[in-house]
Write a protein that binds this ligand. Structure first.
Ligand SMILES: [Zn+2]
Length: 250
């Protein structure tokens, strides 16, 4: 049966001399793997639409295993992302994370929209670190992770100064600091942004400017939380960290 969908290329793997196996994240079906025959040939009509990050309309022959990609109409090639090594590093991590935490053929239109908006904003030059933080925070629920961000994870208080405790799985108020000597120091601004990123609808994101030291705190908290709870080890994450430290040296 021929299926039509709106999708984003989140992974491509060469297969044989001329073919590519393409993983799409689609609005209609969630994650779908398709074989793109001949797509590695430069003159193939599938060559351009099967590049990583491409957003388009796709027509594929569905089967119990890998479907066959018949046609693709590009809506956006996400060209700016492709042309910038730092943006590519961020976007690669975003699509890889999506790939690793989703199951095949389980539709999640909310996640599709989030991924699409994130790539679009990256492509338009919005702050790439902030976008990646937001994406990571929003992907927590998809992984069944629910950090406590609206109150102290120990006593439930909503008042006071807060740090972040990996062990307690969320915020810890100053009265409970002794519960976790390894808690991560967080300024009120960082706490506010963690909450905002977790809850905010991306379409309502205005221009927020975040101080470098706040970014560092955000990164520390989010990375440590992922390391402890996600069970993921992504090469794209490692690459992104290397690119970030490389950029800091420039
Ligand atoms: Zn407390």
């Amino acid at each position: 049966m021929l299926q039509k969908c709106e999708g984003i290329v989140i992974r491509t793997t060469n297969y044989g001399e001329n073919n590519k196996i393409v993983t799409l994240y689609t609005r209609e079906f969630g994650k779908v793997g398709v074989m793109a025959r001949g797509a590695k040939k430069p003159n193939s009509r599938l060559a351009a639409v099967t590049q990583l990050f491409t957003y388009g309309q796709f027509l594929f022959q569905s089967s119990s295993g890998l479907g066959g990609l018949q046609q693709g109409d590009m809506i956006s090639s996400m060209r700016s992302i492709r042309e910038d090594i730092f943006l590519t590093a961020h976007a690669s991590y975003v699509v890889d994370l999506t790939d690793k935490v989703t199951e095949d053929k389980k539709s999640n239109p909310f996640l599709f929209e989030l991924l699409l908006q994130t790539l679009k904003l990256l492509n338009e030059g919005y702050d790439m670190e902030i976008l990646t933080f937001i994406y990571e925070m929003k992907m927590l629920n998809v992984q069944g992770l629910y950090p406590v961000l609206d109150k102290c994870a120990n006593c439930g208080s909503t008042e006071g100064d807060f740090n972040f405790s990996i062990r307690e799985g969320g915020l810890l108020c100053h009265r409970c600091f002794r519960m976790d000597p390894y808690r991560i120091k967080t300024s009120p601004g960082t706490v506010r942004l963690l909450r905002l990123f977790y809850l905010l609808d991306l379409s309502r994101l205005g221009n927020i400017s975040v101080k470098p030291e706040t970014k560092l705190e955000l990164k520390k908290v989010i990375s440590a939380y992922y390391d402890e709870y996600s069970g993921l080890y992504l090469k794209t994450r490692k690459f992104l960290d290397q690119m970030d430290s490389f950029r800091d040296q420039l």
